[in-house]
Design a protein around this ligand. Structure first.
Ligand code: OSB
Ligand code: MG
Length: 371
C-alpha cells in the first residue's frame, strides 16, 4: 500500500456528562483524527491525546505539529504492507506515542479493509464478545456518584471504576461497598498519591477492590513496587506503562499485578500487542483502558480487547455514555449482561459517518508529498 497523503482533522465533541479526574474536569473533548490515504483505500486512526498535557505530556496541538512536521513526512511516499511495518518507519522520533499510534492504527485499519478481514482477527483476537466496565469520574456529591453507579449497574456493566483523589476516596469507597458488597469495584487515582500516603492507602484494603489503578507518580515503577509489596490489593499500572519494555520492567520489579493497556499510550497496536504478550508470559491479566474516545478510537479498542489476555472488563463502554451523537454507525452498544458483541465483518465493523464528522470538524489539513 503506497501512502499518498495524510489528512489531519481536529474535531470537538461535547461530553454528555462532565468527566472529572484527580487532574481536573472536562466538559468537552477535542481530538485529532488522521486519515492515511493509501492507493485504493483510506485508513483512519484516532490520536487519544487530550487537549491539555495533564494525563500525559502529549496534547492535541503538539501531536498535530509532530505529525505535520515529522511523522507525516516519514510515511508519505512510502509503501507499507501492513500496520506492523509502521513503528520502524517512525522510530527516529522519540516519544510522541499517541501521535504515532494514530498513524499506525490508521494503517492497520487500511490493511484490514484492503485484505477484507475483520481488524480484530488481524490483531490476533479470539473473543466474540468483550466484557465491559465503566469509569466514573469525581462528582459534585456522594449522592450523585451513587446514583450514577446504580444506573451503570442497571445497564449491565460488569465492573465499576471510580476516580479517587485525597478527599474523595475512603469515605466514597465505604459508601459504595456498603450499598453493593459484591460488585467488581476498582479505583483510579491518576497519580494523586505518594508513598507518604501508605497508611492512608492501606485503608483501601477493606473495600476488597479488584485493583487500585496508578496510585503513585505517572512515570514510576520503583515506588509502586514498594507499595505493592505492602498491599494485598492488586496495583494496576496505566500511565507508567508506555512500552512492552516498561511492562517487563514493572512485572520483574513487582510494581503491579494487573496492566491497563491503552493503545495510544503505548504508541499503536504493535506495541499494545507486545505489552499484552509480555503480561501473558508473567500470567498477569490486562484490560483495555479508555481515553473518552470517539467511536473511531472506541472501535479500535474493541478490536484490541478480543485478544486472549484481555481477561478483565475494560473501560470500553457504550457510545451513549459519552456522546449525544457518535461518529460511527451503528454506535457502540452494550448488552444487558455487560458485553459488546464483536461484529464479524471486514474492517472495524463500524462505519464512519462523514457528514457528522464534517459537522464537528474545527480544523482540517491534508499533507502531501513535497514536489
Ligand atoms: O486514567 O483511565 C484513565 C479518561 C481520560 C484520561 C485518563 C483516564 C480516563 C478514564 C476514562 O478513566 C476511560 C473511558 O471511559 O474512556
Ligand atoms: Mg487510568
Amino acid at each position: 500500500m503506497k501512502i499518498k497523503a495524510i489528512t489531519l482533522r481536529e474535531i470537538e465533541m461535547p461530553l454528555v456528562h462532565f468527566f472529572e479526574t484527580s487532574f481536573g474536569r472536562m466538559y468537552s473533548r477535542r481530538m485529532l483524527l488522521v486519515t492515511v490515504h493509501c492507493e485504493g483505500v483510506d485508513g483512519w486512526g484516532e490520536c487519544v491525546a487530550d487537549e491539555s498535557p495533564f494525563y500525559s505530556s502529549e496534547c492535541v496541538d503538539i501531536a498535530s505539529l509532530v505529525i505535520r512536521q515529522y511523522l507525516g513526512p516519514m510515511l508519505i511516499g512510502k509503501s507499507v504492507e501492513k500496520g506492523s511495518d509502521v513503528p520502524a518507519l517512525l522510530a527516529k522520533v522519540r516519544g510522541h506515542r499517541m501521535a504515532k499510534g494514530a498513524l499506525e492504527n490508521a494503517i492497520w485499519d487500511a490493511e484490514a479493509k484492503a485484505k477484507n478481514v475483520p481488524l480484530w482477527k488481524l490483531l490476533g483476537g479470539t473473543r466474540d464478545k468483550i466484557p465491559c466496565g465503566v469509569s466514573i469520574g469525581i462528582q459534585d456529591s456522594h449522592e450523585q456518584l451513587v446514583d450514577k453507579i446504580a444506573g451503570e449497574l442497571a445497564a449491565g456493566y460488569q465492573r465499576i471504576k471510580v476516580k479517587v483523589k485525597p478527599g474523595w476516596d475512603v469515605e466514597v469507597l465505604a459508601k459504595i461497598r456498603k450499598r453493593w458488597p459484591q460488585i467488581l469495584l476498582s479505583c483510579d487515582a491518576n497519580s494523586a498519591y505518594t508513598l507518604a500516603d501508605l497508611d492512608h492507602l492501606k485503608k483501601f484494603e477493606e473495600f476488597k477492590l479488584l485493583m487500585i489503578e496508578q496510585p503513585l507518580w505517572n512515570d514510576d515503577f520503583y515506588f509502586h513496587a514498594a507499595l505493592q509489596k505492602q498491599m494485598q490489593t492488586a496495583i494496576c499500572l496505566d500511565e507508567a506503562i508506555e512500552s512492552a519494555r516498561d511492562a517487563q520492567a514493572a512485572l520483574e520489579l513487582g510494581s503491579c499485578r494487573i496492566i491497563n493497556i491503552k493503545v495510544g499510550r503505548v504508541g499503536g497496536f504493535s506495541e499494545a500487542i507486545a505489552v499484552h504478550n509480555i503480561a501473558q508470559k508473567f500470567n498477569v491479566p490486562v484490560w483495555c483502558g479508555g481515553m473518552l474516545e470517539s467511536g473511531l478510537g472506541r472501535s479500535h479498542n474493541i478490536a484490541l480487547s478480543t485478544l486472549p489476555n484481555f481477561k478483565l472488563p475494560g473501560d470500553v463502554s457504550a457510545s451513549k455514555r459519552y456522546w449525544k451523537e457518535d461518529v460511527i454507525e451503528p454506535e457502540v452498544t452494550v448488552s444487558g449482561d455487560g458485553f459488546i458483541a464483536i461484529r464479524d465483518v471486514p474492517g472495524t465493523g463500524y462505519t464512519l459517518r462523514p457528514d457528522q464528522i464534517e459537522k464537528i470538524t474545527v480544523k482540517k489539513e491534508t499533507l502531501r508529498q513535497a514536489k
